[in-house]
Design a protein around this ligand. Structure first.
Ligand SMILES: Cc1cc2nc3c(=O)[nH]c(=O)nc-3n(C[C@H](O)[C@H](O)[C@H](O)COP(=O)(O)O)c2cc1C
Ligand SMILES: [Fe+2]
Ligand SMILES: [Fe+2]
Length: 399
């Protein structure tokens, strides 16, 4: 894609990634893709804000060359050192050896440790400005949105916030790069939530701190480093991020995430009865087979819904491993404030429930119910399972 002018002299330059299977080597994006958005400000001083992953480098360089001589670029602002934004930095410095890199104190440390760069670095403080000629940039230090060195950059004339990972999402750009041109908003909302929970959610407190910091900053355009640029209504994505960040400590949605696994169908049979019970109360339920669904797709439901229903058989005295893995990831991502109920089949000595309690102990979820049964569930067991689902859903609905 060629560069796109956002405002006179301010350009989006970006690379759409539709071939990487795992973002951060972990999160599946095979079907959805991702974009690495970079921005160029063409003034008396010429500035690149964020770069891209070291991927389709020729395409990236050609986009810049259409607008300016790369060797003449004065500044590269490093909002974030993660290689999805800094991967092409060493190459850029070879082409523009005199370029000054702009970041905070921690950026300077990381430039040395990740890339061996120790010169031509301008360290900025929170709120500091950088005159470019007609335009001026201001920097906000926003640690842990997503790494400790993360900053955001603000252009004062057109009120553009270059927010880096914040307000971004998975999803390669599907033609439209602006919110007002976008015809598949549901896709971007879903993929922004998945991205938020996979990548940023653990740092929800810093996200809320950053959004508070920006309350008095008039923003007309939000230009993140992944996904759509928000110029029609930037408040949509700000509000979504605030709501998602708020779930870490506040009210979540009245719904149930049902994560189950089953080797020979006994726990699965019970899962259907439990789900019937939950649905009969009119509470939404997302059902995931833990062995067949990557945690990337389960975490958004776990994050947003109030109730967690776990179905897993005992496996070698422990919880069925695929279910254990999902819960371990929930612990890693600090999925807090949940009510949980557990069911599952065992053959002889049980053990799943104890293991589960050990895994989720750090999250302090409220364990409200447990239902274990021996072998294949009887009709009577299934009836109990349905009631078990009804009781849990009623509790989740009324809280
Ligand atoms: C590999 C394997 C390991 C098992 N380990 C245990 C165990 O340690 N303790 C136990 O009570 N049952 C154990 N079981 C029995 C299962 O928990 C039991 O068969 C259960 O009904 C399986 O439910 P499912 O059909 O939903 O997978 C094991 C079964 C398998 C296949
Ligand atoms: Fe990041
Ligand atoms: Fe990123």
């Amino acid at each position: 894609m060629p560069a796109v002018e956002i405002k006179p002299g301010v350009y989006w330059i970006g690379v759409n990634d539709r071939t990487t299977d795992l973002f951060e080597g972990l999160w599946p994006i095979t079907k959805e893709g991702v974009s690495y958005n970079s921005y160029f400000v063409d003034d008396e001083k010429k500035v690149l804000i964020d770069l891209t992953k070291s991927f389709k480098v020729d395409e990236f360089l050609n986009q810049i060359s259409q607008i300016t001589d790369i060797a003449r670029i004065d500044y590269i602002v490093i909002n974030h050192m993660e290689p999805d934004h800094s991967g092409v930095l060493s190459t850029m410095r070879k082409i523009a050896p005199n370029v000054t890199l702009v970041g905070c104190k921690k950026t300077k440390d990381m430039l040395a440790s990740f890339l061996g760069i120790t010169e031509n670095i301008r360290v900025i403080q929170d709120g500091e400005t950088l005159p470019l000629g007609k335009r001026e940039l201001q920097f906000f230090v926003t640690p842990f949105v997503h790494w400790p060195e993360t900053i955001m950059t603000y252009e004062l004339s057109d009120k553009i916030l270059f927010s880096c990972d914040a307000f971004g999402g998975y999803g390669a750009l599907r033609g439209a790069i602006f919110d007002d041109e976008c015809t598949d908003f549901d896709f971007y909302e879903r993929e922004s939530l998945r991205y938020y929970v996979n990548i940023v959610a653990k740092y929800s407190a810093p996200v809320l701190k950053a959004t508070d910091r920006l309350t008095d900053v008039p923003v007309d355009i939000i230009a993140p480093s992944h996904g759509l640029i928000w110029r029609k209504n930037p408040q949509i994505i700000v509000q979504l991020y605030k709501t998602w960040a708020g779930y870490a400590g506040g009210k979540t949605e009245p719904g149930v995430t049902l994560v189950y696994g089953s080797m020979y169908g006994n726990t699965e049979a019970m899962m259907n009865a439990v789900a019937q019970g939950i649905s009969s109360v009119g509470v939404p339920v997302d059902i995931f087979d833990a062995a067949r669904t990557h945690s990337s797709y389960i975490l958004p439901s776990l994050w947003t819904k109030r109730g967690v229903m776990i179905g897993a058989p005992t496996y070698e005295t422990k919880l069925f491993p695929p279910v254990a893995q999902i819960l371990e990831m929930a612990v890693q991502k600090r999925v807090l404030n949940k009510k949980v109920a557990v069911f599952g089949s065992y053959g002889w000595s049980k053990g799943a429930e104890k293991h589960l309690e050990e895994i989720i102990a750090p999250l302090e979820w409220e364990m409200v119910d447990l239902f274990q049964f021996n072998g294949r569930p009887t009709q009577e067991d299934l009836k109990k399972g349905e009631t078990f689902g009804v009781n849990f859903a009623t509790l989740v609905k009324t809280e």
